[in-house]
Design a protein around this ligand. Structure first.
Ligand code: GRG
Length: 293
């Protein structure tokens, strides 16, 4: 199971946490509202910050100072947190616990949780627009964030497919499409932001994006396996919401052994991308190691 104790995550965590705190300040007329408190509760809580770490690590393959890309990394964590707040709502997965604590609608209220998610989604785009990067790069990031997180070919499309899949048997390719969008798209965007900031040669960009695609799917397969092997550690309760909501997972489709083989296959292919890149790119292998534990 992935924990924030892993060194690649620990390396970036203080920088990300400090900046997230600054980006969601307690000031302005809205600051006394529960919505800001709820957004801060979720965003500054004990998440692993895996996606912003991926952005920083991808960018740092080409540069020494992560400062120029830090807000882009933080904007991804805002989107991720909004998606979790909304996913936990009674109308969606109906989860009471997340990261070992009550979910936002339990700790505050359902209406506050909806607004806190909306706040983080909106603020993510504003954060990108306000960055100190050339305008063409910022515009591309804003456009890609909309595409990768949206409802046509992004995270919301995956979530919509997930909602419609309840109680249905899916083929492996349908499950793969669902998860590549629902979970994978944001992970791909995390690497893409590092790449857009660093501007590596085209062939290296292609290999990094192939790595990101494989990693996004491997992350979901590993998550499905962890749901079965470590349910309490993951959710603070004994049954995963996918099982409770009668949703198909890689484990229910392929069995535990089959899902483990699938994860290994995806991880090996992702490792091959890093081997082809060589040099400092091998550092990204640490993210793959997280999925093996
Ligand atoms: C509601 C628009 C909308 C989208 C929701 C991503 C998503 C789409 C829902 C999350 C459901 C879920 C738990 C999927 C499994 C993979 C996943 C995203 C796990 C949580 O990511 P971690 O482990 O979480 O990086 P932390 O808590 O560390 O931030």
């Amino acid at each position: 199971m992935i924990t924030a104790d892993c060194s690649i995550l620990k390396e970036h965590l203080p920088l990300i946490d400090t900046r997230l705190e600054q980006l969601l300040p307690v000031n302005g007329p809205g600051s006394s509202t529960d919505v800001i408190k709820a957004a801060r509760y979720a965003l500054l809580g004990p998440g692993k910050k895996l996606r912003p770490s991926l952005t920083l690590a991808s960018y740092l393959l080409y540069h020494d100072d992560p400062t120029p890309i830090l807000d882009a990394a933080c904007s991804i964590e805002m989107i991720h947190t909004y998606s979790l707040i909304h996913d936990d709502l009674p109308g969606m997965d109906d989860d009471d616990m997340r990261r070992g604590r009550p979910t936002v609608h339990i700790a505050f209220s359902e209406a506050t949780a909806i607004l806190a998610g909306d706040l983080l989604l909106t603020h993510a785009f504003g954060t990108l627009a306000d960055m100190h990067l050339p305008s063409d790069i910022k515009l591309r990031m804003i456009s890609e964030m909309s595409r990768f997180t949206g409802g046509f070919n992004g995270m919301i499309a995956g979530q919509a497919m997930d909602l419609q899949s309840e109680g249905k048997a899916l083929t492996e390719s349908a499950l793969e499409q669902l998860h590549s969008l629902k979970t994978g798209a944001l992970i791909e965007l995390s690497v893409l932001f590092g790449v857009l900031g660093a501007r590596p040669p085209e062939n290296e960009k292609a290999l990094l994006m192939k790595f990101a695609k494989l990693y996004g799917l491997a992350f979901q397969v590993a998550d499905d396996i962890a749901d079965i092997l470590h349910p309490e550690e993951k959710h603070g309760k004994t049954i995963s919401s996918d099982l409770a909501n009668n949703k198909m997972t890689y484990v229910s489709l392929l069995g535990l052994d089959g899902a483990s083989k699938k994860a290994h296959m995806l991880i090996s292919e992702a490792e091959e991308c890093l081997r082809q890149l060589g040099g400092s790119a091998l550092r990204l292998g640490a993210f793959l190691e997280l999925l093996k534990s």
